[in-house]
Design a protein around this ligand. Structure first.
Ligand SMILES: NC(=O)c1ccc[n+]([C@@H]2O[C@H](COP(=O)([O-])OP(=O)(O)OC[C@H]3O[C@@H](n4cnc5c(N)ncnc54)[C@H](OP(=O)(O)O)[C@@H]3O)[C@@H](O)[C@H]2O)c1
Length: 337
């Protein structure tokens, strides 16, 4: 890859999140958004006009376009696997919205294809690339609060009507775990650099039959615990508390906050030092994720070290296991997908 050449992007799915990405791609000077694809061509045309994009395509046309280097899959969860597979099979690098796929079986298949074809593939957990995340991880790894022993995270919002369908429909692979729970799960795995070895979970189902409010408890190989609750129908505190042997961190405004407080002690119950941290993130945080994709593709990398594919598969396995505990399958999974 010529490192001075711009990376040409195409987007599959002309919905809500595609707009945030289109804005981010305008900001990144190494990127060019060349095409948008939708199942409904008039929708793609409208999107193209709104963002000044040259081509409005069908899915088939976008993956066949010679000028496009990388496809961003911005459809609902149920479509991620087939959209990403189509793009990879046509030789495109792929960035897939979260949750990467519906289950680990699909995730493994995408990773297999990408590796066979030597293509870049990544799950779009955009928050991992934010400066505030990087600094927080550094502080944890540098043992500012000693050995980390417990994460306590709540992440819940009453879903806005414009997002509701995506969250509540079993056919779209809705449910709080794939849509929102993935963030705290991914957060803990990223901060610790490991996957849970023991999992206990419970859920409350919605009237539509998807998981609405869920609680997850994990034990990690390092001995750390995580206690996570997520809901698309409860306004929660949206914070992460991280407890170590020498203090704790309050990370407010989960999932993409810029402020946190480190409260240190010396192994007693008395707080000796309180440090307020502010680490600014860009207004459109997707820009950091775009920079990572561009960097990886230009350097000929097929995955990002910040969110390795084996970790993405591991997290899908965690979510599979919890859904198994709840006896919860999506309708199309019953057909073996
Ligand atoms: N990173 C974030 O902060 C963030 C935030 C929100 C969402 N997301 C993720 O982004 C993805 C898309 O979310 P979104 O809010 O953008 O979704 P959306 O606007 O509801 O839908 C995105 C696209 O999915 C297809 N689609 C949606 N509903 C459909 C239906 N009933 N039947 C057939 N196709 C349908 C359409 O593709 P066509 O245009 O081709 O028809 C639509 O344009 C999800 O994976 C979600 O988890 C991420």
């Amino acid at each position: 890859m010529n490192r001075t050449k711009k990376i040409n992007w195409g987007i599959i799915g002309a919905g809500i999140i595609a707009r945030k990405m289109a804005d981010a791609l305008k900001i990144n000077t190494d990127s060019e958004l060349c095409a948008i694809a939708s199942k409904t061509i008039s929708k793609a045309e409208k999107f193209a006009e709104e963002f000044g994009i040259e081509h409005a395509y069908s899915y088939q046309e976008i993956v066949e376009s010679k000028e496009i280097d990388v496809i961003y899959v911005a459809t609902t969860h149920n479509f991620h696997y087939e959209n990403a597979k189509l793009a990879l099979e046509h030789g495109k690098h792929v960035l897939v919205e979260k949750a990467f796929t519906v289950n680990a079986k699909q995730a493994k298949d995408l990773v297999r294809i990408a590796r066979e074809k030597n293509l870049f593939l990544m799950e779009a957990i955009w928050v991992r690339f934010l400066p505030s995340y990087k600094l927080l991880k550094d502080k944890i790894q540098n043992k500012e609060i000693g050995e980390v022993k417990l994460f306590d995270i709540s992440f819940g919002n009453i879903v806005l009507p414009k997002y509701a369908r995506r969250l509540i429909e079993p056919d779209l692979a809705g449910g709080v775990t794939l849509d929102m729970g993935i963030y705290p799960i991914s957060f803990v795995c990223y901060m610790l650099g490991e996957l849970p070895c023991e999992i206990k979970s419970m859920t409350q189902f919605s009237e539509t039959g998807v998981d609405e409010t869920s609680c997850y408890m994990f034990r990690f190989p390092s001995g750390c615990f995580a206690n996570i609750s997520a809901s698309y129908n409860l306004k929660m505190k949206n914070s992460a508390e991280i407890y170590g042997t020498k203090g704790y961190i309050e990370f407010n405004q989960f999932v993409c906050g810029e402020d946190y407080t480190i409260l240190k002690h010396d192994g007693t119950n008395e707080i000796k030092d309180t440090i307020e941290i502010h680490e600014k993130n860009p207004a459109n945080g997707f820009v950091c994720q775009v920079e990572e994709v561009v960097r990886c593709i230009k350097e000929g990398k097929t995955e990002s070290e910040i969110i390795p594919l084996d970790e993405t598969i591991g997290i899908m396995e965690v979510m599979d296991k919890m859904r198994e505990e709840w006896g919860f399958q999506y309708p199309f999974e019953e057909e073996g997908k």
